[in-house]
Design a protein around this ligand. Structure first.
Ligand SMILES: Cc1cc2nc3c(=O)[nH]c(=O)nc-3n(C[C@H](O)[C@H](O)[C@H](O)COP(=O)(O)OP(=O)(O)OC[C@H]3O[C@@H](n4cnc5c(N)ncnc54)[C@H](O)[C@@H]3O)c2cc1C
Length: 432
């Protein structure tokens, strides 16, 4: 079929996926003068933007460093990308669209309105104002390079049994990863990327809560939350990754920012040491060593020998946790006076306060994950333009690439920055 550049189903830049990266790429491609169509498979675009940050959308973070991201190859691409379209550029874009961002104590940036809807509306209206068109319920099922240049794009419309045939000069590919497949990003994009000549690394859930073996005493404490130091070690005790931050005990295991940030490392470690026994430890007194904890308990016993251990501990950790630690693994009555605590019990308590072993047996999977570890390797795109090194005219951005960030707005920052570069470059290339 010949390309008709005036056809309603022809785009100079066709964006696959109307999530954070795709909408942002579409805006910048349209602003650069290209005729842009954004094809979104779901009923609505930007599902994750709307649910992010508990409906408030944590748009980005005050300080974003390459160290906040993981990728298996070509880490320098992350650094360059963040330098080319940084936090200030994102803040300026949303301010220009009437969405002021505010910084919270943690450094996370949210819209002043606390409404994720304002973030999504800013992008869809910017796309519209720039002349780009968003088509929802339009799932791309195939992207085929044409011998004469450009692409044939097959689109399945939910209301229509007949697939639509689109043509495009350039394609910006932003179908997301596998996290929260119900939102529309179900990993189907990887197969299309592979058919276009790309490889896809192993993928696994990132930013996801952990599950523990049944019967651990911590599981009796759902709802207990505290700042803690969480460590992943190998069987020899070598620390593979650590994170200090808010930690929440759940019926099934652990959640909250610190465990979720570490979740991708647990699986990475499992993969790097097949069959090896991984250990996860929690320090309820973050930063303290065993000796420091033991000294602190001894000094407390000298200063207030008649105070109950439970009463002393509750100044440093939640009372339910204190009682469970004492009555459970330490094996003493929580009302025991500090001065009566036997040496062996004091040392056991000190040990548990700095390194409680948690028998983590997995995670809650992609249905509950906020991001995907793995994807199309960064060395398969040109770092300046995000144009594929495998297929001219194809650009990739967002979570489909092998990049995942920490909790705190880092994943959206990656989506904005890579979307900006890919969209702008695709428009410029289309104009050639
Ligand atoms: C519950 C939750 C909360 C989160 N909160 C935050 C947060 O507060 N801050 C933060 O930085 N990050 C957050 N994230 C992560 C963030 O949402 C993602 O990193 C980001 O959305 C990735 O953008 P993307 O455009 O690459 O992919 P997505 O946002 O997943 O968008 C991909 C889009 O492509 C569509 N699509 C897929 N395949 C096709 C196809 N074949 N044809 C057409 N369309 C297709 C999908 O329907 C989807 O709309 C959260 C994630 C989740 C799940």
């Amino acid at each position: 079929m010949p390309t008709d550049p005036h056809s309603e189903r022809h785009a100079e830049v066709l964006v696959v996926g109307g999530g954070a990266a795709g909408l942002y790429a579409g805006v910048w491609a349209a602003r650069a003068g290209a005729r842009v169509a954004v094809l979104e498979g779901s009923r609505r675009a930007g599902a994750k933007v709307l649910i992010a940050g508990g409906g408030r959308c944590n748009v980005t973070h005050d300080v974003v460093r390459p160290a906040d991201y993981c990728t298996s190859r070509a880490k320098a691409v992350v650094k360059k990308t963040l330098a080319r379209h940084g936090v200030a550029d994102v803040v300026a874009f949303f301010a220009e669209r009437g969405v002021e961002l505010k910084r919270e104590e943690t450094g996370k940036l949210f819209p002043v309105s606390d409404k994720a809807r304002s973030v999504l509306d800013a992008m869809t209206s910017a796309l519209d104002d720039a002349g780009g068109v968003l088509h929802t319920r339009s799932r791309v099922t195939a992207v085929d390079p044409r011998t004469a240049g450009g692409f044939d794009v097959r689109v399945s419309r939910s209301a229509d049994p007949e697939p639509e045939a689109w043509t495009a000069d350039r394609v910006v590919f932003c179908p997301g990863g596998r996290a929260l497949p119900a939102s529309g990003s179900d990993g189907g994009g990887y197969a299309i990327a592979e058919r276009l000549g790309h490889t896809v690394t192993a993928t696994w859930p990132a930013l996801v809560a952990w599950t523990c073996e049944e019967g651990h005493w911590l599981q009796e404490l759902p709802g207990v939350a505290l700042p803690a130091e969480v460590r992943v070690t190998n069987a020899n005790g070598k620390v593979l990754a650590r994170q200090t931050g808010d930690t929440l005990v759940t019926h099934r295991g652990l959640s909250g920012p610190a465990p979720m940030d570490l979740s991708r490392h647990i699986e990475a470690a499992r993969r790097s040491e097949p069959g090896g026994r991984l250990r996860v430890q929690i320090g309820f007194w973050p930063g303290a060593t065993f000796d420091e904890a033991d000294t602190r308990l001894r000094e407390a016993a000298e200063a207030e020998p008649r105070a109950a251990v439970r009463s002393f501990l509750k100044w440093t950790i939640p009372q339910r946790l204190a009682e469970a630690l004492l009555a459970g693994p330490v094996g003493v009555d929580p009302g025991t006076p500090l001065g009566h605590l036997k040496r062996e019990h004091r040392r056991a308590l000190a040990h548990l306060l700095v390194a409680t072993e948690v028998p983590v047996d997995g995670d809650r999977g992609f249905d509950h994950a906020e991001a995907t570890a793995g994807g199309v390797p960064l060395d398969e795109v040109d770092p300046a333009t995000f144009q594929s090194r495998r297929r001219r005219g194809l650009f990739l951005a967002g979570e489909v690439l092998d990049v995942d960030g920490r909790i705190g707005g880092y994943n959206f920052q990656w989506a904005w920055a890579s979307g900006f570069l890919a969209g702008s470059a695709a428009a410029a290339a289309a104009a050639v």
